[in-house]
Ligand binder design. Structure first.
Ligand code: NAP
Length: 228
C-alpha cells in the first residue's frame, strides 16, 4: 500500500482503530476521520487526523476538499462509521431513533461517496470498502431501524460498484457479526467473547480488498459472522 492515500472513517472506533493501524502497517498514508479524532491517536508519521461530522452534507464535502487539497488523490475509502439502536419493535420505534439510524448508516455513506467519487474516478484504480452488518441481510426482531438502514447502505454500495467499474473502481461491503470490541464486552459481559468476530480479521480483509489481490472483487457483500 506504499504511496496509496487511504481515508478511514470512524478511525478511532472499536473497529476503525484496527483498520487504521492495519493500513498504516501496510505502508499506506492514512487520513483518519471521526468527530473527535486527534493526531495523537496514532503515532505513525503517515497518519493524518482530520476531524469531521460526515452525516452532514457540508461536513462530508469539507472533509473531501481537505483530502484533495493535501494529497490531490484518494486511492481507498475505508468506511467504518455506523451506529446501532435496538430494543424497540417497529411499532415502538420513535422518529428520532429511526432518523438517527438512517443519518448515520445510510445518509452519511451517501454524502461521503458523493463527495469522494470524483477524486477516486480521477485516480483510476480506486477501492471503496464499507462496513455493513449481518443484520442488513438477516433482520431480527427489535432492530428494524438499524437493519433497514444497513440494508439500504448495502444496496447503495452495490450501485456504486456498477456505476464506477468503468473508472477502475471497486466497491464492496463487509457484513460483520458481533465483533469483539470494548463496547460490546461492556454491554454483554456474560457472552462468550471467543465466538465473536475479531476486528483484526475485518481489518485484514479490508487491506486485502484494497490491495492488488482484491482488484477483481467488485460489488461483493461479504459475510464475516464469527463462530455462530
Ligand atoms: N460492533 C459490532 O459488533 C458491529 C457488528 C456489525 C456491524 N458493525 C458496524 O461496524 C462499524 C464499526 O462499529 P464499531 O463497533 O467500531 O463502532 P464504534 O466503536 O461506535 O465507532 C464508530 C466510529 O464512528 C465515528 N462516528 C460516529 N458518528 C460519526 C459522525 N456523525 N461523523 C463522523 N464520525 C462518526 C466515531 O467516532 P467519533 O465519536 O469521534 O465521531 C467512531 O470512530 C459500524 O458501521 C457498525 O455498524 C459493528
Amino acid at each position: 500500500m506504499k504511496g496509496k492515500v487511504v481515508l478511514v472513517t470512524g478511525a478511532n472506533g472499536g473497529l476503525g482503530t484496527y483498520v487504521t493501524q492495519a493500513f498504516l502497517d501496510a505502508g499506506a498514508t492514512v487520513v483518519g476521520t471521526s468527530r473527535k479524532i486527534q493526531q495523537s491517536d496514532f503515532e505513525s508519521p503517515n497518519f493524518i487526523a482530520i476531524p469531521a461530522e460526515i452525516s452532514s452534507r457540508e461536513g462530508a464535502k469539507v472533509l473531501l476538499d481537505q483530502v484533495a487539497a493535501r494529497f490531490s488523490r484518494l486511492d481507498v475509502l475505508a468506511h467504518t462509521v455506523g451506529g446501532f439502536a435496538g430494543g424497540q419493535s417497529v411499532a415502538e420505534t420513535d422518529d428520532a431513533t429511526f432518523q438517527r439510524m438512517f443519518d448515520l448508516n445510510l445518509n452519511a455513506t451517501f454524502l461521503l461517496l458523493r463527495a469522494a467519487l470524483p477524486a477516486m474516478r480521477k485516480t483510476g484504480n480506486g477501492r471503496i470498502i464499507a462496513i455493513g452488518s449481518r443484520a442488513a441481510v438477516e433482520p431480527g426482531a427489535n432492530v428494524g431501524a438499524y437493519s433497514a438502514s444497513k440494508a439500504a447502505m448495502v444496496s447503495l454500495i452495490r450501485t456504486v460498484a456498477l456505476e464506477n467499474a468503468d473508472a477502475g473502481i471497486t466497491a464492496n461491503v463487509i457484513l460483520p457479526g458481533t465483533m469483539d470490541t470494548p463496547a460490546n464486552r461492556k454491554a454483554m459481559p456474560n457472552a462468550d467473547f471467543s465466538k465473536w468476530v475479531q476486528p483484526t480479521s475485518v481489518a485484514s480483509l479490508m487491506v486485502w480488498l484494497a490491495g492488488d489481490a482484491g482488484k477483481d472483487m467488485n460489488g461483493a457483500v461479504i459475510p464475516v459472522y464469527g463462530d455462530v
